[in-house]
Design a protein around this ligand. Structure first.
Ligand code: CMC
Length: 375
């Protein structure tokens, strides 16, 4: 009998083609539809990047105006959805709220589900518009505050701050947030995107695929790492303790959150730009505790480099950045969803364009066939 080769975690397995994004190993860069993400983050808005991921090209001025107007008009939640979400336990994780919200959007969408690219693009735009409303309302609900309705005079990033805090911060802070959304938007066949593609491959609907993707992103080995980074910093507490804490964590074979990556083994191409944005937020912060927190963040990164040579991933600077922007830790991964929904839905459309049911095999290692004993 020949032994099948096993690819645990599908590491190194190429399952399909994609024209959406790629990591270029030689230059350690990430491109969306051919454009380096660093250049997009420096020159374009998150809305333009969403359009690019969905349509394959950047919008011209007229297309962008129309796209922005449609996104703004789609923001308000149906009254029933908003009410149902307020009935969820206040103690539940915001990713559970978000996963439930996407499922509810699916139940409430009256559109005939023909799964056509146009129908799916309309649903994707509705998700892009509505998810920030859900995340912001839940952010306030955890503090016992009423939701703030979206403001259609504001762009997506500014409006999110407005709905969370009732005010829009310094434009530099908004820009750092927008950079994080652009960097988080898409990353090829990562675990949550692959989840969305698996669900889509059965010819299920877009909401089911996105609901499942939210579940996959929640885990700490994937999107949940940005929250875990901040909890780690809280646990260490003091820059002087970083080395000692790390030694104990590694001795206990704990994974240090925000470090390591399945694809990047020599550093995550998105980190330098996000770290730059985080450094800017540190400089802008009026909080007396920020310098110490930033020093701790640096100390842990340096200790990790010295002991293991393992580099930080995007979640490492992003976790600290979201804290400095004023968001509470449980909202970090939901913010990741607000962005990654663009990549997920681009992949759903691509999967449907040349679909094959995703159904791998398992090498059985259970008991040999046996007789069921008489009861
Ligand atoms: N802390 C400690 N050791 C690590 C870490 C880490 N963060 N990452 C990798 N290693 C070690 C690992 O223990 C293993 O050592 P050994 O060969 O002695 O067993 C070796 O490096 C290879 O790691 P791996 O887990 O086999 O590699 P992988 O490609 O399966 O894992 C990963 C990638 C992201 C799951 C892993 O690096 C990890 O668990 N990191 C922490 C969680 C995290 O930050 N996730 C965010 C990922 S990127 C952005 C996103 O998706 O949100």
């Amino acid at each position: 009998l020949s032994t099948p080769s096993i690819h645990r975690g599908l590491a190194g397995v190429v399952v399909d083609t994609t024209a959406i994004s790629t990591v270029i190993e030689e230059s350690n860069s990430l491109t969306y539809r051919g454009y380096p993400v660093q250049e997009l983050a420096g020159r374009r808005s998150f809305e333009e990047v969403a359009y690019l991921l969905w349509h394959g090209e950047l919008p011209d001025a007229g297309q962008l105006t129309e796209f922005r107007a449609r996104e703004r008009a789609l923001r308000p939640l149906a009254r029933t959805t908003a009410e149902l979400l307020t009935r969820l336990p206040r103690t539940c994780h915001p990713m559970d709220v978000l996963r439930t919200a996407v499922s509810l959007f699916g139940a409430e969408d009256p559109a005939e589900d023909d799964g056509s690219p146009a129908a799916n693009r309309a649903k994707s735009l509705a998700l892009l518009a509505k998810l920030p409303v859900v995340v912001a309302a839940d952010h306030r609900r955890r503090r016992g505050l009423d939701p703030i309705p979206p403001d259609s005079s504001l762009g997506l990033a500014e409006n999110f701050f407005h709905m969370c805090f009732g005010e829009v911060p310094d434009p530099e802070v908004v820009r750092c947030f927008e950079v994080s959304l652009i960097l988080y938007a898409e990353h090829s066949f990562n675990a949550s995107t692959f989840t969305a593609r698996v669900v889509t491959s059965t010819l299920s609907d877009l909401y089911s695929a996105v609901t499942a993707a939210v579940g996959a992103l929640k885990g700490p080995l994937h999107g949940g790492a940005n929250e875990a980074v901040m909890r780690t910093l809280e646990e260490i507490g003091d820059p002087a303790r970083a080395g000692e804490w790390l030694a104990a964590a590694l001795a206990a074979r704990r994974k240090v959150m925000g470090f390591g990556h399945r694809v990047y083994k020599h550093g995550d191409s998105r980190v330098p730009l996000m770290q730059q944005a985080t450094d800017r937020l540190v400089a802008l912060s009026a909080d007396p505790g920020t310098a110490r927190l930033a020093a701790l963040h640096t100390a842990l990164r340096e200790a990790m480099a010295a002991r293991t040579g393992i580099h930080p991933n995007l979640d490492y600077p992003a976790g600290l950045a979201y804290h400095l922007m004023g968001f509470d830790i449980p909202s970090f991964t939901p913010i990741f969803v607000m962005s990654r929904v663009t990549g997920w839905t681009a992949h759903i459309t691509e999967q449907l364009a040349h679909n094959a049911l995703i159904r791998p095999l398992g090498a059985y290692n259970g008991p040999d066939q046996r007789v069921v004993p008489a009861a």
